[in-house]
Design a protein around this ligand. Sequence first.
Ligand code: PHE
Ligand code: CO
Length: 296
Amino acid sequence: MNAQPRRVEHQQTDKGNVPVYTTAVVEQPWASYSSEDHQVWAQLFERQQKVLVDRACDEFLENQQRFGMTPDAIPKFDDLNPVLKKATGWELIGVEGLLPELTFFDHLANRRFPVTWWIRRPDQIDYISEPDLFHDLFGHVPLLLNPIFADYMQAYGRGGVKAHGIGAEALVNLTRLYWYTVEFGLIKQRDGLRIYGSGIVSSKGESIYSLESESPNRIGFDLKRIMRTRYRIDTFQKTYFVIDSFEQLMDATKPDFTPIYAELANGESLPAGKVLDSDRVFHRGTGEGWATDGDV
Ligand code: PHE
Ligand code: CO
């Protein structure tokens, strides 16, 4: 048997809360979860199930049901994997924390989705700065059952390996795309805007804020525009980008990004809250409550 996997978290230093990276792939140590761990899962799961009715997009809600996850216990990766493998060929792998970029891209390019094995503590129910099991499993995994989104995630991984070879600036552009789609994307459904981004779906506060608050901008998806836009990591987003469909996302990201990276390399980035004349504006944010410190 392997040693107990580590719980690799951000570290508190004199420079603040800094991420720590780790490459290990680990067995999910399911038998070692405490009753407190299972209770944290139950609390988050039940709360988000209620919040996401009429807020998460149909594809998320329908696919989530197919896994049969329940509040009763933290799901076993081994129980989810056969469903996922059969549907789209994806596989969940256990990890100890954040992965270095290239390692992460390589997993995605091979249809392996890394899931942090450990879950947040009770005092972190409302906010944790790094991904934990709840974010990864509840937030990301349902859409991996959607064939188009499953292909998008693999294409992103391949694109990441390529961007990594091009240079740091290309990676910044590509990371913004991930942030504003996979993590914080909204989608226009026949009955209005809905959530598909995992960072929103796994947060009660941001699920409500992203759709219902007057503060943030909601702007139509535009690839190059997104690649130029900085973002927030420690507050709710100032801007959310809205896709019309997963097909649109797939089509818009199909072209080779190499010339786009070259074109953007000479330009300035945009502040997270900026609205341009060329934007397709669904909602212009009031900016109320926005932090004035820097965007990433
Ligand atoms: N088409 C992109 C490229 O050539 C790859 C990619 C696809 C990136 C989908 C993100 C999402 O780099
Ligand atoms: Co995530």
